[in-house]
Ligand binder design. Structure first.
Ligand code: FAD
Length: 423
């Protein structure tokens, strides 16, 4: 996992820590796990309870579409911390446990099946759930979604050589599944509704490159095609698209995005708008109640607008920043968004989350497999994609953060070090 852990960047300096208080975290995923850890590292020695719906200790999800599908590894490598860590650090980790309601007045969380947990401060790290495919046949056996460990293990069972796997959705998760399925010798078809892959997060040019990458690895990539229904006798056997095109399917993996889990917050009267609305410290409209990770919509002072991110870095660093603020730090969370994806032998790293750009500038030869693409708005870099060049990403982030003017010619000139352009 990448080493972008703010816990180790900052040491434990003079925070206000009230040891008679109780902090509750709802959501035992990546953000929830890191937040609980960060509270302890900040010196908070009051009670911490983490309420997690899943049966696993908090874990990181990126390997679920990569290593866990492509290898026979177990999920242990994904865990944020071992089960012992929680008991050793007196963190009351309640797994298989769902929070059903929050009472912001009497300050307690009601659990499914009864019981309540009181809090002084509460962190909502409820993440997101998969967006369902709403077509006839979507409930047939052999149709899968990918969000958790159990999903990943069920999909892996399907990925045996020569079986026909249809991936619906050409975003990162769908494409990583396609890559993993090819590594196991499956026949793979990707069906994407938009005209290009990765349309939500990259320039169409990058989407076209990814279509070629997958085609080059033997994947049938169908874009601009909508799925009308799934057919089969109990179990899926084919996908029927608009216009009558049919694709054989031994299994279907649906990756068409997530829906942020905001209902718990909204029902408690907490403001939501494409996520749980938080301020720069991670605090929601309800005092003492915070949110972080995929569920949180936060203001980003570097980008100058609000956004909700679905990324490892954000789940980790925002959770840590917000946990420290809960412990009294009061430091705004401000980072250039960063995301990565591994498909075949290509490591793509993305910095920035621009709403618009006017052109792309390429540094290095795409044919070499190692190059960068800068997204430009006037003379500023607003985002960057690095292909097998992760080491240069920190300079791209600096260019985005500083909003420094830079010429296309300098960016393209590989004799000029990127670091020198940031100085
Ligand atoms: P989650 O990890 O979703 O955790 C939320 C938890 O809250 C869940 O366990 C949920 O069950 C629980 N919960 C929800 N409601 C309740 C409730 N009422 N009571 C109790 N518990 C509740 N990002 C990258 O940057 N790079 C990658 O390569 C990458 N790959 C990915 C691959 C996959 C397959 C997936 C699914 C995601 C990937 N991501 C990647 C995104 C990254 O993993 C997420 O952004 C991150 O997991 C978000 O963490 P979170 O804690 O906010 O949410």
């Amino acid at each position: 996992m990448p080493a972008v852990n703010r816990l180790h960047d900052k040491g434990n300096k003079g925070r206000i820590v009230a040891s008679d208080q109780t902090f509750v975290v709802v959501g035992g995923g990546h953000a929830g796990g890191r937040a609980a850890e960060a509270m302890r590292m900040a010196g908070f020695d009051g009670a911490i309870t983490v309420i997690g719906q899943e049966p696993y200790v908090p874990y990181e999800r990126p390997p679920l579409s990569k290593e866990l599908l492509a290898t026979d590894d177990g999920p242990e490598g994904c865990f944020v911390n071992t089960a012992e860590y929680y008991s050793d650090n007196k963190i009351d980790l309640r797994l298989d446990c769902t929070a059903r309601a929050i009472d912001t007045g009497s300050r307690h969380v009601t659990l499914e099946g009864g019981g309540t947990v009181s809090f002084d401060k509460l962190l909502l790290a409820t993440g997101g759930r998969v967006r369902p495919l709403e077509v006839p046949g979507a409930d047939l056996e052999g149709v899968h979604y990918l969000r958790g460990i159990d999903d990943s293990q069920a999909i892996r069972q399907e990925l045996t050589a020569n079986r026909s796997i249809v991936v619906i959705g050409g975003g990162f998760i769908g494409l990583e599944v396609a890559s993993s399925a090819r590594s196991r010798g499956c026949r793979v078809t990707v069906i994407e509704l938009q005209d290009v892959l990765l349309g939500r997060v990259t320039d169409p040019e990058i989407g076209r490159m990814y279509a070629e990458l997958h085609r080059g690895h033997g994947v049938e990539v169908l874009t601009g095609l909508s799925v009308e229904r799934l057919e089969g006798d109990g179990r899926v056997s084919q996908v029927v698209c608009a216009g009558g095109k049919t694709v054989n399917a031994d299994a279907v993996i649906v990756g068409i995005g997530i829906i942020p889990n905001v209902e718990l917050a909204a029902a408690a009267g907490i403001a939501t708008d494409n996520g749980i609305t938080v301020d720069q410290y991670g605090e929601t409209s309800a005092p003492g109640i915070y949110a972080a990770g995929d569920a949180a919509n936060h203001p980003n002072p570097i980008l100058g607008h609000r956004l909700r991110l679905e990324s490892w870095q954000n789940a980790q660093n925002q959770a840590i920043a917000v946990a420290r603020n809960m412990c009294g730090e009061q430091e705004p969370f401000a980072e250039v968004p960063w995301f990565w994806s591994d498909q075949y032998d290509v490591n793509l790293q993305i910095a920035g989350a621009p709403s618009s750009w006017d052109r792309l500038v390429t540094r290095g030869a795409p044919a070499s497999g190692k190059f960068m693409v800068f997204y430009m708005a006037g003379d500023r870099v607003v985002a960057a994609n690095a292909f097998n060049l992760g080491r240069d990403m920190r300079f791209a982030k600096k260019l985005i953060e500083s909003a420094r003017a830079v010429s296309d010619a300098d960016l393209m000139n590989e004799d000029m070090k990127l670091r020198d352009l940031t100085a």
